[in-house]
Design a protein around this ligand. Structure first.
Ligand SMILES: Nc1ncnc2c1ncn2[C@@H]1O[C@H](COP(=O)(O)OP(=O)(O)O)[C@@H](O)[C@H]1O
Ligand code: SF4
Ligand SMILES: [Mg+2]
Length: 330
């Protein structure tokens, strides 16, 4: 059974028109307020112990999906299943418990950390409120610091007295302190120097082994998720366009968008980095292109791509892709 499962999730931002607004629109006295369909019919499941990478350009809906997974944002439609149960059917205490089990780690820990509080309080507050500490508070916090690779001797410092990498470790220690099973890491290493990135990625993988954690690992950079993901899902303008085991994505990408993303990942084995950015600009999510959203940028687009949205289809074991070209092969 998956630990978490998303079924046909959509999410739009912006207020839907009320009766008066609908009337005004019908009488052509007003224009409908723009609504962004940040997520469009996404289904995705993550098994216990698995690391799923979620990749796509900025603005494609990754953070919105991450917030839905973490229970912070209720989707406009679709269902979220936690351990096989629709979260809408959970009792208030079951819901609180489920929300603690899923923790989010952000790109900028400053945005989610109170700069006027000492590290010890940042890490210790939630477990104290939720009565998760049965023993000595300081010993508990010290243990969380050590798990995140921080020296407990630094715990009385304020956030600004730590380096960027150390601050991210405080964010990790704070998340671990409530004994989560599932971490949603949203661009968790994007703001760090490359060498620090590698250390934090190693920490995540180490924690996965030691604490049996499950991850949704969100990044705009395919290269970042390559070595830590079991499975990778590629998003484009609110839709998942390809999903496969990580080695399959890197060896046999099916979707033209994934292929374009791969061309931008610097490879050690190739001497020259391909700087050819994906052709054209990312279209506005307010008015996504018809049919296959990728058609204005796709080098293989067919006339049909402009009118008909391709569905995700199985192209190999565990490998799904949404591209009309697959109708011609095999
Ligand atoms: N709170 C919000 N209000 C209105 N629009 C939003 C909000 N959050 C995100 N969006 C829009 O939803 C789309 C997806 O955003 P986001 O999920 O942050 O993408 P990503 O994380 O991939 O960069 C974007 O067009 C963004 O502008
Ligand atoms: S469906 Fe058409 S436009 Fe979309 S990726 Fe495939 S070939 Fe390109
Ligand atoms: Mg984001």
């Amino acid at each position: 059974m998956p630990l978490i499962e998303l079924k046909h999730i959509s999410h739009s931002f912006g207020t839907p028109p009320d009766l008066a607004a609908r009337l005004a629109i019908a009488l052509r006295l007003a224009k409908p307020a723009p609504r962004v369909r940040a997520i469009d019919d996404v289904s995705l499941s993550v098994r216990k112990g698995e690391v799923v990478g979620l990749v796509g350009e900025s603005g494609c809906g990754k953070s919105t999906l991450g917030r839905v997974v973490a229970g912070i944002l209720p989707p406009t439609s679709g269902s979220v299943l936690w351990r096989g149960r629709d979260i809408k059917t959970l009792s208030p205490s079951e819901w609180r418990e489920a929300k603690l089990r899923v923790q989010m780690i952000f790109q900028n820990p400053y945005a989610s950390i109170n700069p006027r509080r000492r590290a010890v309080d940042i890490v210790g507050e939630a477990p104290r409120v939720h009565r998760l500490i049965d023993g000595n508070f300081d010993a508990f916090v010290d243990e969380q610091f050590r798990r995140a690779g921080l020296d407990p001797a630094l715990k009385r410092r304020f956030p600004h007295q730590f380096s960027g990498g150390q601050r991210q470790r405080i964010g990790i220690a704070r998340a671990l302190a409530v004994q989560p099973e599932f971490l949603v890491c949203d661009e968790a290493v994007a703001a760090l120097d490359v060498s620090v990135q590698a250390q934090i990625l190693n920490l995540f993988m180490d924690l996965r082994e030691r604490l049996n954690l499950t991850y949704l690992f969100i990044s705009h950079d395919l290269g970042v998720v390559e070595h830590i993901s079991d499975r990778v899902a590629i998003m484009y303008l609110g839709r998942i366009v390809e999903e496969a085991p990580a080695e399959e994505i890197f060896a046999r990408a099916n979707h033209p968008y994934t292929q374009a993303l791969l061309a931008e990942v610097p490879r050690i084995e190739t001497t020259k980095r391909s700087f050819a950015a994906i052709k054209g600009e990312l279209p506005s999510p307010l008015a996504p292109p018809s049919g296959c959203h990728f058609h204005p940028r796709c080098p293989h687009a067919l006339p049909r791509c402009r009118t008909e949205a391709p569905r995700l289809k199985v192209v190999a074991a565990g490998h799904r892709s949404a591209c009309h070209l697959n109708d011609f092969s095999g």
